[in-house]
Design a protein. Structure first.
Length: 157
């Protein structure tokens, strides 16, 4: 029987590897995978998205993952101070980012569309609530004047 123990890459080394990616741009996943393999952080044939240690560190770093032009990209979020990300191990040469980076505009468009949808939904609910309130007020006023329960529960036509 062969040795079945697997050596997990050091989280500090993974963190240093991911932090070495350009802070202002996206990195193609294929390039990231080949560099991770060269650094001994990713097994041959294993997609980076299937490496649990790399995924966990990427999640803690709030790495953005997105698809554009039929390619997957990873990008560390921009911080007000890039010094906030500490590199504790030697990092491989950074992968050059595509110029210009497509990530911010795509992400901004998605966020803006979601915001517009929520604002329009809220306005629609507010208008609906005003109408329901007015109808209920008229119904209750009619009941108070007549005392007839049928005025509270009008039959649907």
């Amino acid at each position: 029987m062969g040795d079945t123990t697997k050596t997990k890459p050091d989280r500090a080394a993974i963190r240093a590897f991911l932090c070495a990616a350009p802070a202002d741009g996206a990195v193609a996943v294929r390039d990231l995978e080949s560099q991770a393999r060269a650094a001994g952080l990713l097994a041959e044939g294993l997609p980076i998205s299937q490496s649990r240690p790399i995924r966990r560190v990427a999640d803690k770093l709030h790495t953005l993952r997105f698809r554009e032009d039929d390619k997957w990209w990873w990008r560390l979020p921009m911080t007000s101070s890039q010094d906030a990300v500490k590199v504790t191990a030697p990092a491989p040469d950074p992968v050059p980012a595509p110029d210009p980076s497509p990530a911010p505009s795509v992400q901004d468009d998605i966020v803006a569309a979601r915001r517009r949808f929520m604002e329009e939904s809220i306005r629609g609910f507010e208008e609906m609530n005003r109408k329901v309130y007015q109808e209920a007020k008229v119904t209750v006023d009619r009941y108070l004047q007549t005392g007839d329960l049928a005025d509270l529960f009008p039959a649907e036509h």
